[in-house]
Write a protein that binds this ligand. Structure first.
Ligand SMILES: NC(=O)C1=CN([C@@H]2O[C@H](COP(=O)(O)OP(=O)(O)OC[C@H]3O[C@@H](n4cnc5c(N)ncnc54)[C@H](O)[C@@H]3O)[C@@H](O)[C@H]2O)C=CC1
Ligand SMILES: O=C(O)CCC(=O)C(=O)O
Length: 353
């Protein structure tokens, strides 16, 4: 793996390899860009097939956070931690405290939070060793309901564009994955009068949405072909690909899953087919917007965080507008929105003060 070549090609600032023999910690902290402020991004714990896969994931996710934070209007850069290990078997207080000490050594250049495979308890252990951790139980807590609310607002903005109204009443919305975010999203959509079709690989998760929001159930591999207005991927990445696109019968793709496009060209294909794709990192920023509110000098405020999450409606509109004006796919427009903000703020910071 030619690490410096990769870092140079996508402008990474640092990649820190962390190892602790006692706790078995093997982690990578990737910091992509700190132009806007300290890098904020969650800590993922996963069993990777190889160390190279883990490093690549950390790099990709860290860069994603730069774009997510920038487009969301946060004064934060992008970074991410990847812990190599099985989140069901390999967790311990020592492991997360050891990681916390590495994060502390960065003196605030990187702030961590939850991600796939980590939870509030893990963040508490990290907190024993460093204050550079957000998303704690006593402050902003579980980010999922905020992410779901942001996705809901983004869907409303997309509907305004495609159907001429943000009213979701009577629309058919297919949700892939009704876990933490998908479940909360289903409740918002049901409350707004939408008809839901859902799938999940866990029976319990399906059961609660079928009961609580009268959703229709389809098998996991049937969700792509469901006749619907909106397809909301809330499970895995790379689900918009050569196999799934021909099956889609929706007008909008808008959901919380990270890295939905398997390859960038799949965003182009959606556009050619007249399906509006709402870029993942624009619509799923609710969680990080909420977590970032903890960094406010006056302390965390839930109402303020919700107001900011609600503005995802405006960010989605801005991205759609840019895509139309510049005749580019929405995923390119999103990147431009983020890059332009970073460039402008970097120029402001050029001044000597
Ligand atoms: N939780 C948050 O605040 C944020 C989550 N995201 C992304 O949103 C997505 C969902 O996150 P969470 O709800 O927190 O995760 P989760 O693990 O609680 O829920 C995911 C659900 O998808 C289901 N699933 C997995 N594979 C599936 C398949 N092949 N077909 C159907 N269902 C399947 C799982 O059984 C689970 O119920 C992930 O991609 C995550 O990276 C992004 C930003 C913030
Ligand atoms: O929401 C969080 O807990 C951290 C932010 C993050 O890593 C993400 O949005 O993917």
């Amino acid at each position: 793996m030619k690490i410096f070549e990769i870092m140079e090609s996508k402008d990474y600032e640092s990649v820190i390899l962390c190892h602790d023999k006692t706790s078995g910690l093997k982690a990578i902290i990737a910091i992509h860009d700190t132009t806007l402020g300290p890098a904020l991004g969650g800590c993922r714990m996963w069993t990777y097939d190889s160390e190279e896969d883990a490093i690549n994931d950390a790099l990709r996710l860290a860069r994603g956070m730069t774009y997510k934070n920038a487009a969301a209007g946060l004064n934060l850069g992008g970074g991410k931690t990847v812990v190599i290990g099985n989140p069901r078997k390999d967790k311990s207080e020592a492991l997360f405290r050891s990681l916390g000490r590495y994060i502390e050594s960065l003196k605030g250049r990187y702030i961590t939070a939850e991600d796939v495979g980590t939870n509030l308890k893990d963040m508490e252990y990290i907190r024993y060793e460093t204050k550079y951790v957000a998303g704690l139980a006593e402050t902003s807590g579980d980010p999922s309901p905020f992410t779901a609310y942001g996705v809901f607002r983004g869907i409303q903005a997309a509907c305004e564009e495609v159907f001429g109204t943000s009213d979701l009443k009577g629309l058919r919305i297919a949700i892939q994955g009704v876990g933490n975010v998908g479940y909360n999203l289903a409740k918002y959509l049901y409350g707004a009068g939408a008809k839901l079709i859902v799938t999940d690989i866990f029976e319990d998760n399906v059961k609660r949405v079928v009961e609580e929001v009268k959703a229709e159930y389809v098998k996991p591999d049937e969700i792509y072909g469901v006749e619907c207005d909106i397809f909301a991927p809330c499970a895995l990445g790379a689900i918009i690909n050569d196999e799934t696109i021909p099956q889609l019968k929706c007008k909008i793709v808008a959901g919380s899953a990270n890295n939905q496009l398997k390859e960038e060209r799949h965003g182009d294909i959606l556009q050619e087919k007249g399906i509006l794709y709402v870029p993942d990192y624009i619509i799923n920023a609710g969680g990080v917007i909420n977590v970032a509110d903890e960094l406010n000098p006056s302390g965390y405020n839930r109402d303020r965080a919700m107001r900011k999450v609600s503005m995802i409606f405006d960010t989605v509109r801005k991205v759609i507008q840019k895509s139309k004006e510049e005749n580019i796919p929405t995923y390119v427009a999103a990147d431009r929105v983020a890059e332009e903000r970073i460039k402008t703020i970097a120029a402001v910071k050029d001044n000597y003060i």
